[in-house]
Each structure stands twice: as structure tokens, then as C-alpha cells.
Ligand binder design. Structure first.
Ligand code: SF4
Ligand code: ZN
Length: 310
């Protein structure tokens, strides 16, 4: 197979783009897809200060390297989940990467915040991934707001976005469907949120890291087994194999036609938010979900307590 651009031998095949590339042309393709995604959805520009959530996986590290190379003002944020089997390694990978690539780094350790994820798993009667996701989003937003960043970026790729869209569609969850996309504007108490990798697949970000020599944290989270998210990704990978390009076209069609319809219907049923009485985070209740989890973990009487709501 020859490179679709320069006709040298191809090193990677991308059936979803009906193309194959040599290494330099693939890296150029990757950059163009990223820039196109940023431009098309008007995510940010060079005047923005970007806080990028960096987990240590291929997506966030690849994105950090490429944003830095494109001259964006980017700072990393790593949330150390406190999971003995994996968090120490992930944090070490992120710290080494940021030193090597001269990316300023902020670290929030959930152990220090009184919400280590192993305690959540042991003591809170809710799916651990749902609470973990909520806690991470809380600290991403808090740091972005407290430190005056204009944009909060995450490394969600096309596969993540399509799997989430699929799950939201299975439930016809209008609230989540109206909010899903690579761009969420800043609102009272919430930073602008962006997902610059929305046009690039997991395979493409892995290839990017391979070609650029990025060493990323590969071990899956020990709590991820059986998560519905993983099952949906497998189903969607089969669909993509049978019809290359299906994922990107499904997601793009949603952004063009689906999301606007849900956004309109949700606006009619908007939920009023007010600051959490403990931490000031926007919430529909009097205490936000993270403060409730923290309180539940801090109180010996509330072992096995049920944390619920927003
Ligand atoms: Fe958190 Fe692990 Fe679940 Fe991911 S898989 S949301 S890191 S508990
Ligand atoms: Zn709170």
C-alpha cells in the first residue's frame, strides 16, 4: 500500500478515511484533523489560556504535545485518583511528560481532598465510575475557574464521544443529549469546556503517540471491568469495521441536526442551579454531589451511605 499523499510506502491504513499514510503524512493528517476540529466548532484560539486535563493516557498526552507544538497556551491538570494499582504510575507518567515537554502542571490528589476513589468504591452505593466521573469533572471545573483559565479541555476522542452518544440515545436522555458535543459555552459557575480530539479515533491517537515516541500509561483502571461504556465501544467498533467512516458521520450528523433539536426541547425544561452551600459549586440541591460524597466518606456513621442526586 502506498501513502495516499506522497506515494511513498504507507505505514498506517485508515479505512474510515479511505486512505493510508507514511509517518510524516500521517502526522500532518493528525494535525489537520485537530485544527479542523478546533476551527469548525470554534473551540478556542491563541489568546485563550487552556487548562488541559491529563490522565496519562494516549489521548491527553498526544493532545498536550500537539497543542504545545501549535503554540497554544496550555497548562496540564492531573487528578490523582488514589487507586493503589494504577494512580501512582499514571501520575509519574504525566509528571515526566510535562517536564520533558515543558508543560506547566497542576496536580489534585483525591486522597488529600478526602475522596480517594477506592473509598468511594468500598463505601458509596453507586457505580464507582459515575461518582469518579463526577468528582473529576468537579475538580477540572474548580481549577479552571479558581485559576482564571478561559478554557477547560479534555482528551475525549471520537470513540469516547460516539460511545457516550450511543448510551445517551439508548436512554433517550434529552438533558445529556442537549449538552453533548465538543463545545459547551461558559455559564454561571462553569468554565467553557472543549474536546479538541473529537474528529480523531482512539486508533489514530495511539498511532500518533507511537510515531512521536510518547510513553503513555496503558494499564486499564482496575475498576473499569464490566462498565457499559466498554461494551458499547466494542459494539461500535464492529459497526465501524463493517462500514468504515460510520462513527464520524454519526457524530457529525448529531452535531448538525440532533443536538440543536434536543437543546431546544431542554431549554424549555431548564433546571435552576444555585451555589452549593458548602463549596459554591453550581447544583440543583443545597449541597453539591461531591460535597455529599465527601461528607459521607468523612462520617463513620455513614459507611455504606447512599449518595444521590446532582
Ligand atoms: Fe474512574 Fe476507573 Fe471508572 Fe475511569 S474506569 S471512571 S478511572 S473508576
Ligand atoms: Zn459542594
Amino acid at each position: 500500500m502506498k501513502c495516499s499523499r506522497c506515494k511513498e510506502p504507507a505505514q498506517i491504513a485508515l479505512p474510515s478515511h479511505h486512505a493510508g499514510f507514511c509517518e510524516p503524512c500521517f502526522l500532518d493528517f493528525f494535525r489537520r484533523q485537530l485544527e479542523r476540529g478546533i476551527r469548525k466548532q470554534k473551540l478556542f484560539d491563541h489568546s485563550d489560556s487552556i487548562l488541559l486535563a491529563i490522565s496519562g493516557g494516549k489521548d491527553s498526552l498526544g493532545l498536550a504535545r500537539e497543542l504545545k507544538a501549535l503554540g497554544y497556551n496550555v497548562t496540564g491538570l492531573h487528578v490523582d485518583l488514589g487507586i493503589p494499582e494504577s494512580s501512582r504510575k499514571a501520575r509519574a507518567v504525566v509528571e515526566a511528560f510535562c517536564t520533558k515537554h515543558d508543560v506547566p502542571l497542576e496536580v489534585v490528589a483525591l486522597e488529600d481532598e478526602g475522596i480517594p476513589i477506592p473509598d468511594v468504591k468500598r463505601r458509596i452505593r453507586r457505580p464507582v465510575c459515575s461518582v469518579c466521573g463526577k468528582v473529576k469533572r468537579y475538580y477540572f471545573n474548580k481549577l479552571a475557574r479558581d485559576r482564571g483559565f478561559t478554557v477547560l479541555a479534555t482528551g475525549h476522542n471520537l470513540d469516547d464521544e460516539v460511545a457516550r452518544l450511543f448510551a445517551n440515545t439508548l436512554r433517550w436522555d434529552a438533558a445529556y443529549l442537549s449538552d453533548q458535543g465538543p463545545f459547551l459555552p461558559a455559564e454561571d459557575g462553569f468554565a467553557r469546556k472543549v474536546k479538541p480530539l473529537w474528529r480523531l479515533s482512539e486508533y489514530e491517537t495511539a498511532a500518533y503517540c507511537f510515531f512521536t515516541g510518547i510513553e503513555y500509561h496503558m494499564a486499564p483502571c482496575p475498576y473499569s471491568e464490566g462498565a457499559s461504556f466498554t461494551r458499547h465501544k466494542k459494539l461500535l467498533a464492529d459497526l465501524e469495521d463493517a462500514s468504515p467512516g460510520q462513527k464520524l458521520s454519526f457524530y457529525q450528523s448529531f452535531l448538525e441536526s440532533g443536538r440543536p433539536a434536543f437543546a431546544t426541547s431542554e431549554a424549555e425544561h431548564g433546571i435552576a442551579l444555585s451555589p452549593c452551600t458548602q463549596c459554591g459549586y453550581p447544583t440543583s440541591a443545597h449541597l453539591c454531589g461531591v460535597c455529599r460524597v465527601r461528607d459521607a466518606l468523612g462520617s463513620p456513621d455513614s459507611a455504606h451511605s447512599r449518595e444521590s442526586g446532582a
